[in-house]
Design a protein around this ligand. Structure first.
Ligand code: 5RP
Length: 298
């Protein structure tokens, strides 16, 4: 009964995303999360701020497949100064144990899959972190790459479902990172499909990219919180605008890397992103704050 025509439908007859009706929260501040056990809710609350409902995750796990990425050559020098301004550090266990002080008050999103380097077929990932070790590191969630449409699609789905099973046992949420396969467009059609599959298979958080068109159809048809990746470095105002648009269209935060750590002034940029994510600032207000910080006025 596979129906390829069905995934094309956006606003045509027969499909209705009810984009104007927010999903009922049923007593817990986070969408789709009311029925979890206490430990999982508590971990989610250390990622998503219960007041704003949003999160600012700082993503710097890129080295797990592409080595010392620009801006991440020295995580102790370049990234640790950003730590006070985010809610969650998204990283690998190697970097956590070698460079991040155990005294950090930030929650941890632990990269839990890997395998191929950037020189190989990226979708050929396997589970790369044991759940027991994740609990030992006090991880608040595990990040799992899922390649819908990719060569090793089923294997990456199996990584997700295996870690969801273990996460439910230990109270650790799993964030499915929808990774775009070689031939897939980064559009709403793709992310609606990928995000919904990940949520249906048990992911408690889904990470996608922002799409300029129909982003709300992705968030409204995904029953659990969505955070957006930042993607390649773009001008500061454009990155703040992307974050604002995503939040206004139902995302619960950002999991941003290059647009923060590759900024001309990463410490100022992360604080500007924070204003947008937690203080409902407009992109212009965020940029003005960035400029004031750069000029030493704020
Ligand atoms: C790697 C990831 C990255 O963490 C993600 O892409 C976020 O970083 P950026 O904002 O630089 O895109 O999931 O696969």
């Amino acid at each position: 009964m596979a129906d390829l025509d069905d995934i094309d439908e956006v606003k045509k007859a027969g499909k209705n995303f009810h984009e104007d009706i927010p999903q009922e929260k049923n007593g817990f501040f986070l969408k789709g999360s009311a029925n979890y056990d206490w430990g999982m809710k508590n971990r989610l609350s250390s990622i998503f701020n219960p007041v704003s409902g949003n999160t600012l995750m700082l993503a710097f796990d890129h080295g797990y497949f592409q080595g010392p990425t620009t801006g991440l050559e020295r995580i102790d020098v370049n990234v640790l100064p950003l730590e006070p301004y985010c809610d969650t550090l998204m990283l690998t266990r190697g970097i956590l144990r070698s460079l991040v002080p155990g005294s950090t008050q930030r929650s941890i999103a632990m990269r839990a899959t890997g395998g191929p380097s950037i020189l190989r077929e990226l979708s050929n990932e396997i589970i790369a972190c044991d759940m027991e070790d994740a609990v030992r590191m006090n991880a608040s969630c595990l990040a799992v790459q899922v390649y819908i449409g990719g060569e090793y699609e089923t294997q990456t789905i199996h990584n997700l479902t295996r870690l969801v099973d273990l996460g439910l046992r230990y109270g650790v949420p799993v964030m499915a990172v929808t990774a775009v396969g070689k031939d897939m467009a980064r559009d709403a059609k793709y992310f609606r499909l990928a995000a919904r599959i990940c949520a249906e298979l048990g992911a408690q958080i889904v990470k996608t990219y922002y799409t300029a068109e129909d982003f709300r159809t992705i968030t409204s048809s995904c029953p659990v919180p969505i955070v957006i990746a930042g993607g390649k470095k773009i001008p500061e105002l454009d990155a703040l605008t992307m974050a604002r648009n995503a939040l206004d269209q139902g995302a619960n935060g950002v999991d941003m890397g290059r647009n923060i750590f590759q900024s001309d002034n990463p410490v100022a940029m992360i604080q500007a992103v924070r204003k947008v994510v937690h203080e409902n600032a407009s992109p212009a207000e965020g940029l003005a704050f960035y400029n004031d910080l750069v000029a030493g006025k704020a």
